[in-house]
Design a binder for this molecule. Structure first.
Ligand SMILES: Cc1cc2nc3c(=O)[nH]c(=O)nc-3n(C[C@H](O)[C@H](O)[C@H](O)COP(=O)(O)OP(=O)(O)OC[C@H]3O[C@@H](n4cnc5c(N)ncnc54)[C@H](O)[C@@H]3O)c2cc1C
Length: 531
């Protein structure tokens, strides 16, 4: 039987030719060309350490013919991957599972349920992706935002208009499966090995359409433009949902409604669903010309073919007051967008397409706000961010024009003319101190000079666009660790970012899969039951 060997830390300059990788692999393993069946890239990351020519670092799998001698010390991979048997539960349900929300949490929960014969019914307040795109174009043209189909609501959820970074701090064997499913549904093959993987909003939206088609083929059903407005609870157990199109009976409900819908949190609160405050992050976006970031990271190689638009990550000084500013969700070649779902409120965020070719680079500059700093109400963090979003909306022109200030002007408390920006609704010179919380302003004043030290020119070429209030969810919908059910309502499965258990596309998808697996192991298959 052929053997597979894994090798790490193969470093090559960014402009290496195709043969160089194979040559290095042979040198490192002692194999000859004729020993090898194939070489596959497991991981490729960038190396941009200062004063060095930028390069790639590879991890490779090499398949060799049977009988080929393998040097001592090389890692031989097991012949077969561990197989997981699915155990179906025995509790009977008379209605198909209902999933609310088509963000990555809801979509992957539905995918797992559908693939295993549970024919889920999926409800989404926004439109399917084609119509959602039109609603967003209409928003650009008229500055009138649809309350249900916008940058954060509609098919695909908040991920559909995001930077499309697919990295996560969570470790799980299912990450590789999620990425593989995405590739099968049309994502670029490189997301399987490039670190960090990036798909971009344009390619992600195409993948979401294919995921939907598969779920339907396996017996799932989607109802778009259907908003859940109430829960039906009998004897502490889910019995159905009320939607703006009528009632739907349900034995179990996957609640994957994300962190952006204020009505949904208010509805859950009025239904007595247990929720609690959690730490969350807020701040502003900073935008630079991408060329500036490339020059800082790549030096004289900036602009060379083969180098992707450069990335950066910065962490400001810590303070006793627990307010430290760091960069978050950096979008090379991206655009700053109006990432709120509530008309009349303004929050900025960053997104990009696969090619990352906007010519601008943006990143969030955020600090953490803690539950004890908020009022005594589970929804206090939500109200806090709403207040800032309303003030920012009004400080613009009340039409999604964003308040902005040059980073240098912020330091010296001035207002000057603003440079070009990727933000489509234009920016207006406003002192961000007029509406941002004092705690953040103090931390930002400390952080910017330290960022300037690390990247000279960071302040003078940086434009602050405010506010960024949606970096994470201020609420947790409490649930049992093992059953994943709400602590106050049986058979209610809160999942994803809005429930407080995820902070990105992949972690939300993982949480959805985890809930689907618990449901599969608890309940027997309902066959093709309809409500
Ligand atoms: C602009 C932006 C950029 C981002 N960039 C990245 C990135 O590059 N990488 C990354 O990993 N993460 C990124 N994120 C975060 C990521 O998008 C979220 O963590 C992820 O989408 C959360 O998934 P979710 O399924 O929990 O919720 P969501 O994606 O928010 O989906 C929730 C869905 O539920 C629907 N819904 C809500 N209430 C109801 C209701 N009552 N009835 C019916 N439907 C309802 C909403 O319309 C929405 O479609 C970004 C987020 C934003 C906003």
């Amino acid at each position: 039987m052929p053997n597979k060997v894994r090798i790490y830390q193969i470093a090559l300059p960014f402009d290496h030719d195709e043969k160089a990788l194979q040559k290095k692999a042979l040198e490192k393993t002692g194999f000859s060309q004729s020993d090898i069946i194939g070489i596959s890239i497991v991981k490729r990351s960038m190396d941009t350490r200062f004063h060095k020519k930028p390069g790639f670092i590879y991890c490779l799998d090499i398949e060799v013919k049977e009988g080929v001698r393998i040097q001592d010390g090389l890692e031989i991979l097991p012949q077969s991957q561990p197989h997981e048997d699915i155990v179906y539960g025995s509790s009977r349900i008379s209605h198909r599972p209902v999933v609310v929300g088509t963000g990555p949490g809801g979509l992957f929960a539905a995918y797992w349920l559908a693939q295993n014969g549970y024919s889920p019914l999926i409800l989404e307040q926004g439109q399917e992706i084609g119509k959602r795109k039109q609603a967003i174009e209409n928003f650009h043209n008229t500055r009138i935002m649809s309350p249900t189909s916008n940058y954060v609501f509609g098919e695909g959820g908040a991920g559909s208009y995001s930077d499309g970074k697919l990295n996560t701090g969570v470790t799980s064997g299912y990450i590789a499966q999620i990425l593989k499913i995405m590739v099968d549904c049309g994502a670029p093959h490189e997301i399987l090995y490039v670190s960090p993987p990036h798909i971009g909003s344009d390619r992600l939206r195409a993948v979401i359409i294919q995921l939907r088609k598969r779920i339907i083929e396996w017996g799932g059903e989607f109802r778009f433009e259907t908003k859940v407005t109430n829960l039906i609870v009998h004897s502490g157990k889910i019995a159905g949902v009320v939607t703006d199109k009528g009632e739907i009976p349900a034995d179990l409900l996957v609640l994957a409604t994300g962190s952006h819908d204020q009505d949904t949190f208010a509805m859950l609160s009025s239904c007595g669903i247990f929720m609690e405050k959690k730490p969350f992050q807020m701040g502003v976006r900073i935008e630079h010309p991408q060329e500036f970031i490339d020059k800082k990271q790549y030096g004289k190689y900036s602009g060379c073919a083969g180098l992707p638009p450069a990335n950066y990550r910065l962490v400001g000084p810590e303070s006793k007051e627990r307010c430290q500013v760091c960069t978050f969700c950096m979008c090379p070649g991206g655009e700053v967008m109006a990432g709120t779902g509530t008309p009349g409120f303004l929050s900025t965020n960053g997104m990009s397409n696969y090619r990352r070719d906007s010519g601008f680079a943006n990143a969030a500059l955020i600090t953490t706000f803690f539950p004890e700093e908020m009022e005594d109400n589970p929804l206090a963090g939500l109200f806090y961010r709403q207040k800032i979003e309303k003030a920012a909306f009004l400080a613009g022109k009340g039409d999604y024009t964003a308040p902005a200030q040059n980073a240098g002007d912020f330091i010296s408390d001035r207002l000057g003319a603003l440079p070009a920006t990727s933000y489509r609704f234009q920016v207006k010179p406003v002192r961000i101190s007029s509406f941002m919380p004092e705690k953040f302003l103090v931390a930002l004043k400390k952080a910017l000079p330290s960022f300037e030290e690390k990247m000279p020119g960071f302040i003078s070429s940086g434009l602050l666009i405010a506010p960024e209030t949606r970096a994470s969810c201020p609420i947790k919908i409490t649930r049992d660790k093992d059953s994943m059910q709400s602590l106050s309502c049986q058979n209610l499965y809160p999942v994803g970012e809005g429930a407080g258990y995820a902070g990105g596309i992949i972690s939300a998808a993982l949480d959805g899969i985890k809930a689907a697996k618990v449901i599969i192991s608890t309940f027997s298959r309902p066959g093709m039951l309809k409500d």
